[in-house]
Design a protein around this ligand. Sequence first.
Ligand code: NI
Length: 256
Amino acid sequence: MSTITLIDSHAHLTDPRLVSETEDILLRAREAGVGAVVTIASNAGDSERTVALAAAYEGVYATVGIHPHEASTATPEALAEVRDLATRPGVVGIGETGLDFYYDNAPRDAQYASFRAQLKLARELDLPVIVHARSADDEVVSVIREAGWGRGILHCFSGGAALLEAVLELGWYVSFSGVITFPKWDGKELLRSVPLNRLLVETDSPYLAPVPFRGKTNEPGHVRQVAERAAELRGESFEVLAAATAANTRAVYRIG
Ligand code: NI
């Protein structure tokens, strides 16, 4: 077993492709040196399942919230359910929320309303907010500036320099996924510009499997390949990057 302890800061363990294999997946993660996983919710019903997983498995922590793709489900009742669940043991954040104007799976006004409501909730409960931004850099910057909440994670970073600068200025953390292992990935300069004390790594499992697992179902153990590639691209040692990203993940989520 590896002595290095990585953390997967963002996975969807409740996805049907992963949930039936939870124990094997967590075992393989431990063998890869991954000591903790934050499982991220996509809607109110899913938030009940993330909370249940965190209660059942050591080293698993949960967020509760509603994904921008599912923003149409963010009714007052669903948001009240999320708020209730947020106080349960093992819950470490609100989200994922944000804006996705690439897929536009939910009407934009619903995405804005859901995003603003979850930022407000995160602030009231003193929890970090996990933000997804796709083809909506300027709009995300304006919403998070207006909210002014200093605890947040921009997940699976794929945006531009202005978005990166805005979240760092607010004191947020920036998380990179397996996308950075793809040969044609063009964000190397931005990855290098993130201070080591604000950097996180994630799998976004079951999506975005890194090289050499591309096209397969992703799982938290593969955060190791993300960390190895991040270290290589930044010119840092794997050990230093692994330790720093794990410490940052613990800090932003306040995992003991
Ligand atoms: Ni996600």
